[in-house]
Design a protein around this ligand. Structure first.
Ligand code: SF4
Length: 296
């Protein structure tokens, strides 16, 4: 039996706007790849690689050295080398934009490194060993893929951290340029993180009651508590989102909610759909469900 899997971003898009969820299912790759999208993907690669190399370096130490700044600079050089190589392959048209981002990225990664050293030092001063402290301040898992047969959801979380109480925290990295953009997407972000929390709990059999967005532009974090009710609710939303195609194209957002359209990356497609019937839309895009074989 063939069955489609939902994704955390797909479920979250339903929370943002059911019509967006519908459009994403019909046009999974539609919409223009913008400079900001490429920059976001690039910064994801950079932050993930930097965390990975930080862990490799620090796991070989038993304390911070007075040359940590130099070590971090050489880590950043390696990260940039890696990221530019990937970018040449994946986004060659945006290479100049990405290279222009490197100076501020170096500064941000230096600040991130200092913050982690400070957090780890505080834990060590409270009696924790060096290895226990770095294990908490660095991501435990990076770019973690999930594939839940139970919930029929697949996805990938940017980072997962261990928490001091033995649970886990899931993190997603966002590159929004403005606070307003982040604010408008807040409920969507929580939905996405709650889905990761459900998946991480199932995979690791550890409680996940905390989640956060790391904004790569200014290194601020937005923290969310994820309750059991939130987890029940998100599985209910997931079930609703699965029915969206058979229910037909939802109307555009109205009233105060219509403000979200200004921040919607599928606005052009959305506003072009009004004159067409659902059948015409389907015929035009030749929609095919994901071909994932699962055992039943
Ligand atoms: S443009 Fe507005 S109505 Fe259309 S999908 Fe985006 S948020 Fe929904």
């Amino acid at each position: 039996m063939m069955m489609n899997y939902s994704t955390p971003t797909g479920i979250a898009s339903y929370v943002y706007c059911p019509r967006l969820c519908y459009i994403n299912k019909l046009f999974p790759y539609g919409g223009q790849k913008t400079e900001n999208m490429m920059l976001g993907s690039f910064e994801h690669e950079v932050f993930a690689k930097h965390s990975e190399l930080s862990r490799l370096d620090w796991e070989n130490q038993n304390k911070f050295s007075k040359y940590e700044n130099d070590s971090n600079n050489s880590r950043i050089d390696k990260v940039f080398e890696f990221a530019i190589k990937i970018s040449k392959e994946n986004y060659p048209h945006f290479l100049d934009v990405l290279k222009n981002d490197l100076d501020t990225l170096r500064l941000r990664l230096s600040i991130l490194d200092s913050t982690r050293i400070k957090q780890a030092t505080e834990l060590i001063n409270k009696g924790m060993s060096f290895s226990e402290a770095i294990d908490l301040v660095l991501p435990w898992q990076i770019e973690q893929k999930f594939y839940s047969e139970k919930y029929r959801i697949k996805g990938r979380a940017d980072s997962i951290y261990k928490t001091i109480d033995g649970g886990l925290l899931v993190e997603d990295i966002k590159s929004h340029k403005t606070r307003l953009n982040a604010f408008i997407h807040k409920d969507e972000h929580k939905a996405q993180l709650t889905t990761y929390a459900v998946l991480a709990e199932e995979t690791y059999q550890r409680t996940v009651n905390n989640a956060q967005i790391l904004y790569s532009q200014d290194l601020s974090t937005e923290k969310f508590e994820i309750s059991e009710d939130d987890k029940f609710e998100i599985i209910g939303i997931k079930k609703e989102s699965e029915k969206i195609i058979e229910q037909g194209l939802p109307p555009k957002l109205e009233g105060e909610e219509a403000l979200k359209c200004q921040f919607c990356y599928k606005k052009e497609i959305c506003f072009g759909l009004d004159e067409r019937t659902d059948d015409e839309i389907r015929d035009d895009v030749d929609f095919e469900p994901l071909k994932i074989e699962v055992k039943t």
